[in-house]
Design a protein around this ligand. Sequence first.
Ligand code: 6GU
Length: 227
Amino acid sequence: MHIDIISVVPDLLVSPFSHSMMKRAKDRGLLNVNVVNMRDFSTQKQKQVDDYQYGGGAGIVMMCEPIANCIEHLKKERTYDDIIYMTPDGERLNQKTMNSLSLKKNLIILCGHYKGIDERIRELYITKEISIGDYVLSGGELAAAVLVDGIGRLLPGVLNDETSALFDSFQDNLLSHPVYTRPEVFMGLKVPDVLLSGHEKNVRDWRHEKAVERTKARRPDLLGEEE
Ligand code: 6GU
């Protein structure tokens, strides 16, 4: 999978993809993340990429030309399945969207700043608009990192334990069951006996029961139940 991320602060997007699972995805040639500096596509002398909004009011807007030039440049290299704009007024991100995006081949992710981007870019180029939740961030970069992390870990071969992504919280509309590792007793708290029993079916049943219990208590909405 290939993902181009367009940003005015590309430095923000270096570390998130240089460690752990995302590094492994890259090293194994499963995910290639390329960060593009929008300023390189500015048509202005001062490399300006934003300007005052028509109609007045506080807040500047990201201009059409640098974004369009950047996207056109990328499109010469490959065909994109989606051109995604990260914005608080987009569709709220969930596991279903992660799953479906993980099946794509090439994506562009555009990170907004300030008051956002000129509406005409949204009309002309953007195929999908995504928000990561009901709060406002100063820019789309951290949201893009969340999106790429969530997609990357779903690519076959990224996780060492192939089955584990399927048992995640949300993958079946249930939160995860509690987990334990050594020691057996910590500060007087003992690991539940069933997990030490070696009885596979009992372990499976216990985990399911705990997942349902936790989901009912914390996120009844996931079960289609009222709060
Ligand atoms: Cl995608 N961008 C910004 N700036 N704020 C957000 C967001 C995105 N998702 C939630 N808040």
